[in-house]
Design a protein around this ligand. Structure first.
Ligand code: AMP
Ligand code: MN
Length: 341
């Protein structure tokens, strides 16, 4: 059984919390669903799988996010139903927040008045809900949503299966990260039995780039620096690079996985210019190299192999300390036993 913490009661198990969430859902009619700002495949997939399941139970559902889904997710079922707003006064009997370690991660103001159901797998979840289900062992929040949908007795429709698979495919870094378990494949098996075509999904998610994104990848890799004897790759991006390549900010999503395809590179730091004096740092790593802990110490979050944060200062000011932390994390991570097949 995975470790679960909940606000009420303090020593509840996964099964208790899941049962309480099911009861709360069955008793309520109108639901508002949200996820984190700058949504990724897990936030979109978890949110929409949940939406279709609630509607299968005859519930009313509205979805709100701070930012639009990246282009390559827009053709997935229901994505066009997500309202984009920086604040919401929607009436609902419950708000289900997925993928957010605190409510501020939604980027949507006005949500604190609701009866909140918090479903998340990010370490450091603040337990801000009336019901809190936190399972750090889930490879994607979509795995938790899958369990909830099953517990509610809703069959896997093609739409639900598609969104669960999308969540898992993207949050495992297309089955690369160290958070994958037998449960991950068991859930994926069930989604494939319900009609998901893994090859078509991979094509839509990973082989749907614009030409501008390809040019941007070229420019970023051209300017990439190697540190720590080639074990750490550092990428930088500013507006000038975006303009000259014709790529968009959304296109930067996933680019930091590329350097990891090099055998010796153990971690990647991607510095993105995020407006005056701010840098968004997005990190990726292999095996036991823990970038999640670094992100949390800077007020951000994420997982062992994929995490991020925003930091104030010039690049010259922020870069040395962050690089130092990553070099230490690589040294620590490589001390453990080599990954076995
Ligand atoms: P990204 O590098 O933006 O793809 O994010 C990688 C992972 O870290 C995802 O699970 C994000 O939800 C999480 N993450 C990124 N930035 C933050 C942040 N500022 N606060 C909390 N979690 C974050
Ligand atoms: Mn996730």
């Amino acid at each position: 059984m995975s470790k679960t913490t909940t606000a009420n009661p303090p020593d509840a198990t996964d099964a208790d919390v899941l049962g309480s969430i099911c009861q709360a859902i069955v008793r309520r009619q109108r639901f508002l669903l949200t996820s984190h700002a700058r949504p990724d495949g897990d936030s979109i997939g978890s949110q929409l799988a949940m939406a279709y399941a609630l509607e299968a139970l005859g519930k009313q559902v509205r979805l709100v996010n701070a930012d639009a889904a990246p282009d390559h997710y827009r053709e997935f079922p229901g994505v066009d139903r997500i309202e984009i707003a920086s604040s919401s006064n929607a009436e609902a009997d419950a708000l289900i927040v997925m993928e957010c370690s605190d409510l501020a991660r939604t980027g949507v103001a006005g949500l604190d008045q609701h009866f909140i159901i918090n479903i998340d797998h990010h370490a450091g979840n603040r337990m801000y809900g009336a019901l809190n289900w936190f399972d750090e062992s889930a490879a994607a929040c979509g795995e938790m949503v899958f369990d909830l949908i099953r517990a509610l007795g809703v069959p896997l429709s093609p739409e639900i299966a598609t969104h669960i698979y999308l969540a898992i495919l993207t949050d495992t870094g297309s089955f690369h990260h160290s958070n994958i378990t037998p449960r991950t494949f068991d859930i994926c098996r069930q989604t494939v039995e319900s009609g998901v075509n893994p090859a078509a999904m991979a094509r839509r998610v990973f082989d749907s780039n614009s030409f501008g994104k390809l040019k941007l990848i070229g420019a970023l890799l051209d300017a990439m620096e190697l540190v720590d004897g080639g074990r750490l790759a550092v990428l930088y991006m500013d507006d000038r690079m975006l303009e000259s390549s014709g790529g968009s900010y959304d296109d930067t999503d996933g680019i930091n996985n590329f350097p990891l395809t090099v055998k010796d590179i153990q971690a990647v730091a991607f510095f993105k210019d995020a407006g005056p004096g701010d840098w968004r740092v997005s990190m990726r790593s292999k095996g036991d190299v823990d970038v999640g802990a670094i992100a949390r110490s800077y007020g951000g979050g994420g997982h062992k192999n994929a995490a991020g944060f925003t930091v104030a200062g010039t690049l010259e000011q922020v870069r040395p300390q962050i690089i130092g932390r990553l070099v230490t994390a690589i040294g620590e991570g490589l001390k453990s036993r080599p990954e076995k097949f």
